[in-house]
Ligand binder design. Structure first.
Ligand code: E4P
Length: 224
């Protein structure tokens, strides 16, 4: 399962590439707003950071666009900024039609804001490269997400759809493991969630136990 960072903070992105060799990036308007810089500057810089790599970078079209031709126009403009850019389009009738058009023009797409298996099916039918089911948002509103990724994965497998599943809006390490076991091709999460996924309280305990043992060994040596 590929590891994507969900962020628009360029320092964070550079660090995640350096430390974790992340496989790609996803952004959304909220991340761009949180980065506190003009969107065009951020997109240019992110394009440069990933230039020369095969790593995909999902960038979202203006969510206000309701006409599919306007979504296509914006998608084409964004795709011209960087070869790495994958056009992120919100689920919905106009979005799916735009994804179909973009796919026919060889532009990679990521259908975002997906909350049901039929929405994921539409994304695949339209030729989306990626689909982003939002686990955290669904769970926060009381929905059971335990079968969500598995259902999409089975549907795609049954009909041979090549669309890749990005498990999105991930809030903890458990969701990362569940997504992987259910067949997600990729996961996207923020830095804090990944940090948590590297750690475990038993590992911390083990470091203390072995650290104490190490101290006793070195003390024995120094008293010889
Ligand atoms: C995925 O591509 C989205 O950017 C993301 O996971 C949205 O959720 P969040 O910002 O609430 O984590």
């Amino acid at each position: 399962m590929r590891m994507f960072l969900d962020s628009a903070h360029v320092n964070e992105i550079r660090e995640a590439l350096d430390m974790w060799d992340i496989d790609g990036l996803t952004t959304n308007p909220r991340h761009v707003a949180a980065a506190g810089r003009p969107i065009n500057d951020i997109l240019d810089e992110i394009g440069e950071i990933f230039s020369g790599t095969e790593k995909p970078v999902s960038v979202e079209v203006d969510p206000h666009l309701t006409d599919w031709t306007a979504i296509v126009e914006e998608g084409v403009r964004l795709a011209e900024i960087s070869e790495n850019f994958v056009i992120k389009v919100g689920a919905g009738e106009a979005g799916y039609r735009a994804v179909q058009e973009l796919s026919e023009h060889g532009i990679r797409t990521n259908v975002t804001l997906v909350f049901s298996t039929p929405q994921a099916w539409h994304a695949a039918r339209c030729g989306a490269t990626y689909v982003s089911p939002f686990l955290g948002w669904k769970e926060a509103h009381g929905d059971d997400v335990s079968t969500f990724i598995g259902e999409i994965s089975l549907l795609y497998e049954n009909f041979g759809y090549p669309t890749q599943i990005i498990a999105a809006a991930i809030r903890n390490s458990r969701q990362i493991a569940d997504a992987a076991l259910a067949g997600a091709h990729c996961v996207t999460a923020g830095v804090a969630v990944y940090r948590e996924s590297f750690a475990n309280p038993y590992t911390d305990m083990g470091h203390r136990v072995f650290g104490d043992a190490w101290n006793s060994i070195t003390q024995d040596e120094s008293s010889d």
